[in-house]
Design a protein around this ligand. Sequence first.
Ligand SMILES: [Zn+2]
Length: 260
Amino acid sequence: MPEILEIEYYRLLAEGALEREIASVHVDRYAGKMNTPGLRPADIFPGLSFLTARRKGKLLLLDTEGPTFGMRFGMTGGLLLDGLATIDRLEYGPGRYEDKWVRASVTFVDGGSLLLHDPRRLGRILVDPDEDALGPDGFTLTLKEFREALTARGEGPALKARLLDQSKIAGVGNLLADEMLWRAALDPRRGCATLNDAETKRLHRHVRSTLTQLFDRGGSHTGDLMAERHPGGACPKDGQALFRDTVGGRTTWWCPKHQK
Ligand SMILES: [Zn+2]
């Protein structure tokens, strides 16, 4: 699944779509599902141009002089600009292109295009999406914001579940959450409100550094733990056999020896 790092690559690609007049927009019935009836991207965006390419968590935001063109990429969504794809970098993408998987397209007056390519049909095009429903972005998350994100009644939900909660921290997906907790030596099942101050600071540091390091390496699937996410996998730090269970609704791998 594209996580925050992949959407940041898409955002960089989408910068090439700025300041180009939009000729037409097509959004299929899957990608258009979440829009208010009557609010059709095909009617709204022609004649406008994208002015800025922003991102909040896994949501890509292309602002115009009118409404904002929002893109969600679901499980397998990729972005193509003028035929150039970043989808080959996607561990969870199909690794190939097919016309029938194009769910939405923006064609520019100059003849180029911006496409949402998505075999699983969970990607969405949104007119003026609700950005306030998302927590602070993982890339720029401050320690103060992180402390607030971990606040909960009692022990709170599992750390892993809280890291995945997009309304608390925007952008972290399954692979990144496991990698961050493994690096920070914290058990993913721990209540998110049970961390002491040193642990909170340590996890915050690893949230930030894991994102910047894996962004440079090439994506969410480039973590140190990735190669060991299989039965018989061992901790790259200490060789301990990894545990696997469902935490926060997702398959989670962790080391029972050093993650406490
Ligand atoms: Zn270990």
